[in-house]
Design a binder for this molecule. Sequence first.
Ligand code: ADP
Ligand code: MG
Length: 264
Amino acid sequence: MTAYTPTDLPAAVSLRGVVRQFGDNRVIDALDLDIAPGEFVALLGASGSGKTTLLRTLAGLDPADAGELRVPEARSAVFQEPRLMPWKRAWKNVTLGVRLADPKARALQALTEVGLAHRLEAYPATLSGGESQRVALARSLVREPKLLLLDEPFAALDALTRIRMHRLIIELWRAHTPAVLLVTHDVDEAVLLSDRIIVLEDGRIAEELRVDLARPRENGDLGFTAIRNRLLSLLGVEKDDPASLGRDHNPFIAAGYPLSAIAI
Ligand SMILES: Nc1ncnc2c1ncn2[C@@H]1O[C@H](COP(=O)(O)OP(=O)(O)O)[C@@H](O)[C@H]1O
Ligand SMILES: [Mg+2]
């Protein structure tokens, strides 16, 4: 007996037959997708497969050309670049465009959650890449999103910073319980973080995989490796392919760093 049936709950995201095209280029082609409230979904797909296009449509930055699209009003997005206003201090960036009674106090609260209370007054140029992404996360938090859209937010960060960000994102997800859609190129990142992994191909969901592993997860775990290998083969990356070199072959990975940015 399961405690609840997911279908009884109103979905955080419900897409039916969603189309997005640029001229003749149909990038999203009659896509159906449901995400349950509080569910963490990772979206994988080759470069140019339409991941960002889908995310922008979900964020309301671009319209859909056809289909039904149900998303929560409260949603926010973090992209690969932090997109901070260089002339505004960190706290001002966090609360920009949101109406709040005491914006500075609210910004401090959000920056504290991402470990950046001490950078409240800092200008973006003085922040590291990881710090800038944490400010971008704080900015998305003050919007109290029911849907958090993440488009390769860790891709530009170094391996150690990325590990810290993985931990932080799980902490924030647990504390605020938004549904999350994380676009990533990194198979390990998808298995490490998500409840479910979907693979986008030709504008539709080509594969879907549930990740039933207890958290916190380690990328050496038996179950982890099984899912990772299954994904790699679904994505057409052979295990002896240089692009999927295991941790045994790479001293950096052998030391426990995640296998980053597998080109798929
Ligand atoms: N504004 C746009 N105008 C025309 N074509 C676009 C636009 N945005 C994206 N595309 C095209 O849509 C396809 C998918 O792009 P994108 O969603 O950025 O892929 P991904 O994020 O998966 O790498 C590409 O062929 C890209 O050239
Ligand atoms: Mg993209």
